[in-house]
Design a protein around this ligand. Sequence first.
Ligand SMILES: [Zn+2]
Length: 367
Amino acid sequence: MNPHSVFCPNPDCPSRGQVGNGNIGIKSQKERRYVCKTCGKSFAETKGTPLFGLKRAHSLFFVIVTLLAYGCPPQAIVAAFGLDERTVFAWQKKAGRHCEQVHQALVEQPRDLEHVQADEIRAKLANKVVIWMAMAIQVTTRLWLGGVLSVHRDQRLIDRLAAHVKACALPRPLLLATDGLASYVSAWRKAFRTPIYTGKPGRPSLLAWPGLVIGQVIKRHHAKRLVEVEARLVQGDESQRQALSLPDQKLHSSYIERINATFRAHLHGLVRRGRALYRQEPTLQTGMYLVGTFYNFCTCHDSLRQHGPGGGRKWVERTPAMAAGLTDHCWSGAELLTYKVAPSPWEPPKKRGRKPKQVCPPAAVAA
Ligand SMILES: [Zn+2]
């Protein structure tokens, strides 16, 4: 137990989220509990992770969740480990919610994205309800930027996805490539604007980001075969597009299609035909974040590897999170599942009501 690497998780504590501040001590080695000297509250070592309150061995939880994140069917886990099916799904949900928090804390931070591709997957639930899953990827680092789910493939779904992408972006030149869905164009234009505050009352005017290039890749099929691919720019010109994509590369959407295939392979409920479909949308939501966060932090990508410091045939393997500068090593499943997201710094509560009247000094009254 190392109290210098732990923060107080109490949301009402003025020292919440601060590491190495000297306010954390060890309450009990046996029970593995810390105590905060600022607020006096004690907390378990596993507080803020999916291991909190877990009755089984932590090593078993890491193995099961890693298997789920790489597409192992829950029925295989039930047969191999003798666990109850409900336990396996509960662990998947727990781990998925944790991964969503890690994603929001680390990935949804502004950075120069350069080139983003977005697309939707059609998924079916067990009750025949169709769910649309819209996701986006940063092309240069292969970083998965998040996804949203909806029963309808409509403007609201794409607006929500655009908000996720904007949360990851700095206002710099950016190429956005999608399929031919018209909602993307209006969603990108609406999302990538910055309010101009002038100090005057009323809603501030919104300034569109300069250097925004929007492209569409439309694929036409006949008799289940691809017959034509049309790539067009809706906003921006060809020289701007070329400056933001790899040299001699046409406008395409192959990176998002590749990650869609990864999600279909790793989420058993996304198979086109199957008998193990998900029953509820939240299970798909947590499964999506579990797969996406393992993809970002724990999976080395062949196309991201670099020559080692000595040159020659030695390569340094990299994950999308390493390529994006979020970490310097490939995380293990245990490292991801024990990562604690620090709460935002505590702020004293604002004083409400009227300000107290100023009492005139006696000398001033006499004068
Ligand atoms: Zn505290």
